[in-house]
Design a protein around this ligand. Sequence first.
Ligand code: RET
Length: 297
Amino acid sequence: MIVEPGMVEALKKATSTVAPIPTVIPGADPIYQTAGDVGNRTLWAVCIIMALSSLAFYGMAFRQPVQKRLFHILTAFITTFAFLSYFAMASGDGISLNKTVITESHKHVPDTEQIIYREVYWARYVDWSVTTPLLLMDLALMAGLSGANILVAIVADVIMVLTGLFAAYGKGDGQKWGWYAWACIAYLVVVYQLAVNGRSTVASKDSKTKAFYGAIAGFTLILWTVYPIIWGIADGGRLVGLDAEIISYAVLDVLAKPVFGFWLLFTHDSMSSTSPSLEGFWSNGFGSQGTLRVGDD
Ligand code: RET
């Protein structure tokens, strides 16, 4: 085709006067809910707190004879796992986006869809699935809870964390809150073991252990109950951003692990002996008590 002079200009003029073809937009652009600088710095700060507390707890453990180290070791493992999980989250691991589609109905026009991508810090759930059973072990052994009750508390606790993880990845609100409901029921089983069975078991112990268990188990139950509330506002309802979520969990985690740990270990070290049979088991294993018979070397 031969291009005559002026044809290009004429074509440009003609096309520029054509209005853009109207498009029907079924919904707004996706919303991304991700962490900012404040959140990231908070994660690093907690990572350092967990590292330093772990070192302190291992140090306190080595100042005790083996039979008295059980609580120190449990507590040091708790902050070690927390350190690893905070290191993962602060450096960008253990995080993924969860897509939720919200359908909005309108009076005279068809329904529209709003897509929300929100970060889920799944490393938290990995941490909780290991550290909350260890925290429960600290309390259960302090109270002298039976093996049967300890097992129920730990299984319920693991169910709580895993169903909580499924809730965080729920595709729609029905699925999300359904999982949340199972997690809350499991949590109530944990509360029952600590508040009812734990209290009745510790009643047969000395007055110092009784008072201490009442205080530290009460502190734990209040603190733990705040977690599902934060979850409901942040992950569940998406009412607050990621930075607020990170800061809230950071405060709770520092109280539930290092503060809990220092309180437990300083009090434990100032007591004579919380449980001689437990100490015997920790240094010599099961069945070591009373196995020394007359005639043995
Ligand atoms: C979830 C959401 C689903 C409902 C419930 C929850 C409870 C979580 C708890 C977490 C405790 C964590 C601790 C961490 C220590 O650093 C999973 C948030 C009931 C009780 C003590």
